[in-house]
Design a protein around this ligand. Structure first.
Ligand code: HEC
Ligand code: HEC
Length: 382
């Protein structure tokens, strides 16, 4: 059968309603066309492994629905995604693309403590999903197309080129700039469809009164909101359907990852996070080392963790929050300490020490928080 059918089967495991042409009728991105057809086009584009140079890598290769819309092919020796060109790697751990549609556009609020919020990528450098989608298609470390024309040429010879012309008109693939913009917009429309934001986790069923937490999960949820202080950043907002982020940027003192392949070509590399965002003014130094607070939905499926993939498991993540400052590796005259946390990648005054680093949680408390985090994976059936 056609590729589109197998993709629908893939999605059927995740959500019963994400496939078959529906979805997002009231969404601005789909107003251009009769309900669902832009979403269908976006789905074909998102899964098309012919869209890279050389062929072989789709958006879905690094944002696989079966892996919480993150990269299934990363591990401790290889914490960031491989590019389409063999031997090339990006320098960040692929985040989930689920719920990304609900991230607000990048914004600045001079009156706020954390002045920047929202935007796509971990540093917010793409304002919205359409701008974001253009990035990987042309990024030499990802899908590596030489230019927009190369992407449009690939779409012109794809089976869904006819669908593209049905939606945007005959000849719509002739003008490279407008065609490239529409390719990105169609991908974004698909990312706004319900398949990406199904709100079908155990947590959602508990919230709706249709399931209940185990004792450990309930204790973990209480700690998450209480002594763990997780909700200071991973907020339970909006209340009806919490996204587990306030979309601000914070430096939580994540150590560098020595296994990041970036150091092979650039030994002095430091990921400045928000500090790399070209929209920032000269006061950017204050923002160095901050990353956007991520959603925690599907995080049980998206290991490794943090912008550089330095933490392998949710257990390690919670232990890091609990003990970052109490088990810090200090310079002890060359004697290597074991089982301790190295200094932050960006050891700025902006490292959060009031909510992170010394939480006085027991091992049982840590395990309970992890049990709670595991209730946030989509596809639960009560
Ligand atoms: C080689 C792996 C790879 C490929 C291919 C890839 N991505 Fe990503 N994606 C990443 C990484 C890594 C990041 C984070 C990069 C950063 O912050 O600089 C990311 C970030 C994102 C984000 C932002 C999520 C957030 O919370 O900010 C979205 C959305 C996304 N990708 C969608 C796509 C789409 C759409 C495509 C195809 C056009 C695609 N990706 C192709 C690895 C990949
Ligand atoms: C001060 C704000 C703040 C607090 C408090 C906080 N987090 Fe985070 N969290 C972040 C930021 C920012 C990141 C991303 C850091 C990075 O990428 O380097 C993050 C990342 C994570 C991740 C990794 C997500 C991924 O996909 O890589 C998990 C899991 C997580 N936090 C869970 C928790 C838990 C559990 C708590 C409470 C014990 C907590 N956080 C408290 C800001 C916070």
């Amino acid at each position: 059968m056609t590729p589109r059918i197998s993709i629908c089967l893939l999605f059927a495991t995740l959500t019963l309603t994400g496939c078959g042409g529906g979805g997002g009728g009231s969404d601005p991105a789909t107003r251009l066309a009769p309900s669902g057809t832009v979403v269908d086009l976006g789905r074909s584009l998102f899964f098309d492994t012919a869209l890279s140079e050389p062929a072989g890598q789709a958006c879905a290769s690094c944002h696989d629905p079966a892996a919480g819309f993150a990269d299934p092919d990363v591990d401790s020796s290889h914490p960031v995604s491989a590019g389409a060109v063999s031997g090339r790697f990006g320098n960040r751990n692929a985040p989930t693309a689920s719920y990304a549609a609900l991230t607000p556009d990048f914004a600045y609020d001079a009156a706020a403590t954390n002045k920047y919020s929202g935007g796509q990528f971990l540093d917010g450098r793409a304002s919205d999903l359409t701008e974001q989608a253009k990035g990987p298609l042309l990024n030499p470390l990802e899908m590596a197309n030489a230019d927009k024309a190369a992407v449009v040429a690939k779409v012109r010879s794809a089976s869904y080129a006819t669908l593209f012309e049905e939606i945007y008109g005959a000849g719509a693939l002739n003008d490279v700039n407008s065609a490239f913009d529409r390719i990105a917009a169609a991908i974004a429309a698909f990312e706004r469809s319900e398949a990406f934001s199904p709100f079908s986790s155990k947590f959602d069923y508990v919230l709706a009164g249709q399931a209940s937490f185990s004792a450990a999960e309930q204790r973990g949820f209480d700690l998450f909101k209480g002594r763990g202080m997780c909700t200071e950043c991973h907020k339970l907002e909006p209340a009806a359907r919490p996204l587990f982020t306030d979309f601000t940027y914070r430096n939580i003192g994540v150590p560098p990852n020595p296994d990041n392949p970036v150091y092979a070509s650039d030994p002095g590399f430091v990921d400045l996070g928000l500090g790399f965002n070209p929209a920032l003014s000269s006061s950017a130094a204050l923002e160095n080392g901050k990353f956007r607070v991520p959603t925690l939905r599907n995080s049980a499926l998206t290991a490794p963790y943090m912008h550089n993939g330095v933490l392998q498991t949710l257990e390690q993540v919670v232990n890091f929050y609990n003990t970052r400052d109490t088990r810090r590796c200090l310079d002890v005259g060359g004697t290597p300490l074991v089982d301790c946390w190295p200094a932050p990648e960006v050891d700025n005054a902006n490292v959060n020490t009031s909510q992170v680093g010394d939480l006085l949680l027991s091992a049982a408390d840590e395990a309970d928080i992890v049990a709670f985090l595991r209730t946030l994976s989509d596809g639960y059936s009560p």
